[in-house]
Design a protein. Structure first.
Lengths: 365, 365
């Protein structure tokens, strides 16, 4: 094969994404033993990806040298998640063929690129029936929702799960996966002028109840939830991506032997929790991080989880996240490519962008 | 047998222990089927016992009618823990003989009495070699320490455990049981004028290091603990009976996959914990309550734990708590008996009494 051109969004030091990110075009050699070359189809810009570029996230990308670079010219390739199509496989690679779709099993694989060379061990085949948008966003948020619903508390059909930040990507996945399992969800969001619209949207996804954090201070409502909705037992699984006092209030809805599982801290405030539920109600407060799960679970576990999620997708029970696609064209010079990424970073950093942005990077010609 | 006289410390409604507690003399009938009569030897006044009388503790004593009372005259008998000697057994009771010592397996057994009739299922034989003081205080604090050291994290010889409130009865048991297992303890206490004496006392029990909460704000020291003392790994088990900011600071000493186990909240302040260790370091925050353990574990489990503790006692590895004995004499009228208990309550409610008070109630003659 000829060496094809590729382009990646890279940085040599962490910092403000609107300034440290640049684009670099390089040539991709034929696959080395144990590797395959892929063309990236779509790669999301997740909030954590931005934190990685900022250098404030525990997962750091590995320094790498792109093929055309001088050996000393090491850099980071941005992007953690995405779906890619196999274009070439090394002769020793079995089980994957040209044209197959793959997703990344290795965190921080550097997916903000038009083409990459990846190790067979770092990818997993994904059926095309998943669809490009689903496949590009299937390795972080839906597994986080799935595992939080499954790995802490044994829940039976009809049991409630309570969560805050219910409009987040994970929150929406929780609503849908819970509904598919016959679980009820009690969903909390910030109060806002368009609350009825948001509540309708989440109910259309399968949310049982949608309330605001303000409702958590309504003692009569809390009593109704505890006594009537949960038959006096309280809720055994709480999911938190907010922190602060709204989470303290949400904790009051938990019953005996409950788990409060945190996967985010959007308020940037710590968790403040009374001690007595830990001692007398056997409350457990813990966290969930998909990257840790990936590191501590086998390829078989990952395949099994992906199969479960694809089944839900194919059955129409897990909808695509709301998204927009940002295309970096084949004709764009590197400077233009970099500016497009910096511009969208600038918008995303303002927060509440509402839609998932997916990069569609074409290889330079 | 003749009906012997007994006296119990009782209350008909919860409230201020210096006013709601009274003493009542009653006659004890021969043991009913499945029961035994016992003479209480020693029964401690634990902080939780006071909270039960106050009505602010989740465990409530059961209403009972003492034998001489009118059927409508129901009351609570105070006291949860104690050691008693068997004086009579029902003819259908096997495995216990007159003269044997027993401890209570049922919480809130009403041990502040000179003699009681108890169900065989609610007691456990304890060898006399344990000694009266140990036997009277063996069902709450030492098992709490033992189970917190064993049931959450697998620790290897040489590993550190960190705790606050290290001078508490549980804290001292933690130090000794950990030392017997070859574990190191990092013990935090309030700063105080006699800190060197307290540190010496705890080190004599086997404490590896004794520091004050103020030391937790010393960044250089925290770095030394994390890097040198624990070889960069941090500590995997933290035990908390304090809460508040000192616990937030103590949490910084924990490493990956650590448990922070709370069994008290002496500061009366909530736990305030950043979210990131939960997500990225897999921190688990939970609680421990011996009454729950007792309710959810078998008689065999309890016997096995008691045997382990008695073995430590006999080996000289678990010392008696510092204590004083308050005797309610056989000749004391009920009013005098009640006043003695109210007076000691008044002193204990001021806090920091320092010694465990053990009731030695003689039956009225």
């Amino acid at each position: 094969m000829l060496r094809g051109l590729s382009r990646a969004i890279v940085y040599t030091q962490t910092g403000d994404p609107t300034s440290v990110l640049s684009a670099r075009t390089f040539s991709l050699p034929p696959p080395a033993p144990g590797t395959l070359n892929v063309k990236l189809l779509l790669a999301p810009i997740n909030p954590a990806d931005i934190n990685v570029v900022q250098g404030v996230y525990p997962a750091r990308p590995s320094l790498e040298a792109l093929p055309d670079s001088a050996p000393t010219d090491q850099l980071f390739v941005a992007g953690n998640e995405g779906v890619a199509q196999v274009t070439h496989v090394a002769s020793d690679v079995a089980g994957l063929n040209v044209g197959d779709w793959v997703i990344m099993t290795k965190p921080q694989s550097g997916t903000w690129a038009s083409a990459r060379q990846l190790r067979l061990d770092d990818v997993l085949k994904i059926p095309r029936e998943a669809g490009e948008v689903h496949a590009a966003t299937i390795t972080v948020n839906p597994p986080t929702a799935w595992n939080m619903l499954n790995n802490f508390v044994h829940l039976n059909e009809g049991d409630f799960v309570v969560q805050n930040g219910a409009n987040s990507a994970v929150g929406q996945a929780v609503i849908q996966i819970a509904a598919a399992r016959g679980l009820k969800t009690l969903n909390f969001v910030r109060n806002r002028p368009d609350f009825p619209d948001l509540a309708s949207k989440l109910k259309a996804l399968g949310a049982t109840e949608v309330l605001t954090y303000d409702d958590l201070t309504d003692r009569a409502l809390v009593k109704t939830i505890m006594q009537d909705w949960t038959a006096g037992k309280g809720i055994r699984l709480g999911l938190n991506c907010v922190g602060g006092k709204d989470t303290t209030n949400m904790m009051r809805l938990l019953g005996e032997d409950a788990f409060l599982v945190s996967y985010g801290a959007m308020s940037r405030e710590p968790l403040t929790l009374p001690t007595s539920p830990f001692i007398f109600s056997n409350l457990t407060c813990t966290g969930y991080w998909q990257a840790r799960w990936s590191k501590t679970h086998s390829r078989e576990d990952k395949e099994s989880l992906m199969k479960s999620l694809v089944d839900l997708i194919v059955a129409g029970k897990l909808k695509e996240p709301e998204h927009e696609i940002l295309t970096i064209g084949a004709q764009d010079p590197d400077e233009v490519a970099a500016q497009k990424v910096r511009d969208i970073m600038s918008k995303l950093l303002k927060g509440q962008y509402g839609k998932k942005v997916l990069l569609n990077m074409e290889s330079p010609v």
